[in-house]
Write a protein that binds this ligand. Structure first.
Ligand code: FAD
Length: 475
């Protein structure tokens, strides 16, 4: 029952049941809830939750969910609130449940290369713990200091290193999840092989808080890779970029740590905003930024130089620059990382599209052509993680004439997602569906897939209490 329909005494009973069970420190309501709990990084229409719950153990999460279940109050799990799809924004009448007090790195075995963490640990804390033990955690993204492992798992986050180690799903050996009725589903068995029926943990990875609250995880670690070699290469087209990627992977199996593609429309803005000089004498249609990682810096640099040299002879690469120092490498990465400044430099309508790698070039051109025919003079910037077939497109709503942001967003999304559906791609490669992409889920999923998702949701959360209205509606 939504908050507005809960009679005040029932609401008071509900809050005192929570306070009696979790303790006053763990339950805040009314003005005691900080306003940053009302929305997430996406800035989706803020809403005050009925309460902010901050359990400090799995037992407390379980108790909190049992009480919410008994009182029929919806629960929105919140991590570091860096999500870009509005998934953690409170729904009407819901409490928000934050894992921020459950942030322990419980154990780390550098020999077995497994770390067991509570879901409220930040990604950066896990990365640092791994490094201190001579290991590497395979996922990295710009929000590392704030986003939490629970949020990373719930969104199946990716980032720059997916080409090397995969997404959060590939790092996960075990999970502990609390279901809507408070039952604890313990799947903490850090085994690589376990073919005993359904692998239930995968239902929760990427489920955006709609199936259960992730409380603990066992994550795979990689051997440390202290050395890096970085290069920026100009390529004539996406097909050449893919051939270059293949050659790097053949020369350094498992060593390609990043392979980022930037179209000239992106590069020109990044150069202007960073004030950096042009990296090459002339402009090129596409730039690739690549990192190799491993144990021996000079071996990596030699491999990178050799592959780029051969690729230039073959015409796959038009020009290239190898970073000669960490500072130079950071300068090259500064171009790509300008994306973090998009919100202050544009009114960005952002896309996070996935396609078969070979289709990306043609798709990106068709998007721009379709947008140009509807909005001549539009400003769209294209970049992406080519190694994983992930195209990002940001269109500046201010370049679309007199439309309001909402009108511009709707018009541009209709064009781009229409093309995604035609191409058989995905409307979300990494960021999830949340609220923002809910209207377009059907562009990437068949009616049978959607019916199966609803059946799973109904089986685990028959009262539709966990993050209701996110990803899809249950009606
Ligand atoms: P939140 O935003 O708090 O929540 C996200 C979703 O997860 C919500 O649906 C929420 O209900 C659910 N959730 C949170 N915690 C739990 C839990 N314990 N149990 C169940 N459900 C839970 N994403 C990428 O994939 N790749 C990138 O490269 C990338 N770069 C980013 C860069 C920046 C600067 C920013 C701001 C975001 C970026 N993201 C990226 C978005 C990414 O989804 C988030 O940063 C991160 O994965 C979300 O974690 P969070 O803890 O902030 O989750």
């Amino acid at each position: 029952m939504p908050l507005s329909q809960i009679p005040t005494p029932a609401c008071a009973d509900f809050l005192s049941a929570l306070t009696d069970t979790l303790g006053a420190d763990a339950v805040r309501s009314g003005d005691a809830i900080p306003s940053d709990r009302h929305t997430d990084w996406s800035g989706t229409a803020p809403l005050a939750p009925l309460a902010w719950l901050r359990p400090d153990s799995t037992a407390q999460v379980s108790a909190a969910l049992r009480i919410c279940h008994a009182h029929r109050v919806p629960v929105v799990p919140q991590g570091g609130l860096t999500g870009l799809a509005g998934g953690a924004v409170p729904t009407p009448g819901a409490v928000v449940l934050s894992l921020d007090r459950m942030n322990a790195i419980e154990s780390l075995d550098p020999v077995a290369r497994v770390v067991t963490v509570q879901a409220g640990a930040t990604l950066q804390a896990v990365q640092e713990a791994a490094l201190a033990a001579g290991c590497l955690f395979g996922v990295d993204l710009g929000a590392r200091g704030s986003c939490q492992i629970g949020g990373n798992l719930a969104t199946n986050a990716g980032g720059n290193g997916v080409v090397q180690f995969g997404m959060m799903r590939e790092q996960t050996l075990g999970l502990e999840v609390v279901l809507a009725d408070g039952s604890v589903l313990d799947m903490l068995r850090p085994m690589v092989k376990n073919n005993t029926g359904y692998d239930l943990k995968h239902w929760f990875i990427g489920s955006e808080g709609t199936l259960g609250v992730i409380t603990r995880a066992q994550l795979r670690l990689q051997p440390a890779q202290p050395a890096r070699a970085t290069a920026l290469a100009a390529v004539p087209d996406v097909v050449s970029a893919l051939a270059l990627l293949g050659q790097l992977q053949a020369r350094c199996p498992g060593g390609v740590a990043a392979f980022e593609l930037m179209w000239d429309d992106f590069v020109q803005h990044a150069l202007a905003w960073t004030g950096q000089p042009r990296p090459f004498d002339q402009d090129h249609p596409l730039l690739v930024l690549t990192d190799l990682s491993g144990a021996d810096e000079s071996a990596l640099a030699q491999a990178l130089e050799a592959v780029l040299g051969n690729a230039m002879e073959d015409g796959l690469v038009l020009d290239a620059v190898l970073a000669q120092s960490q500072t130079q490498a950071a300068g090259l990465w500064r171009l790509r990382e300008i994306t973090a400044e998009f919100p202050s430099r544009l009114a960005p309508i952002n896309f996070d599209i996935s396609l078969p790698q070979a289709a990306i070039g043609d798709f990106a051109d068709r998007c721009v052509a379709a947008l140009s025919s509807r909005f001549p003079g539009h400003r769209s910037l294209r970049f992406g993680h080519l190694g994983d077939g992930n195209l990002h497109l940001s269109t500046d709503a201010r370049s679309l004439g007199d439309l309001s942001f909402a009108e511009a967003e709707h018009a541009v999304e209709a064009i781009v997602y229409g093309l995604v559906a035609e191409a058989g791609g995905s409307v979300s490669a990494e960021h999830g569906i949340g609220l923002h992409k809910k209207p377009y889920l059907g562009a990437s999923r068949s009616p049978t897939e959607l019916a199966t998702m609803r059946a799973i949701k109904h089986a685990l959360d028959p009262l539709n209490q966990l993050n209701p209205g996110k990803v899809f509606d249950m009606a």
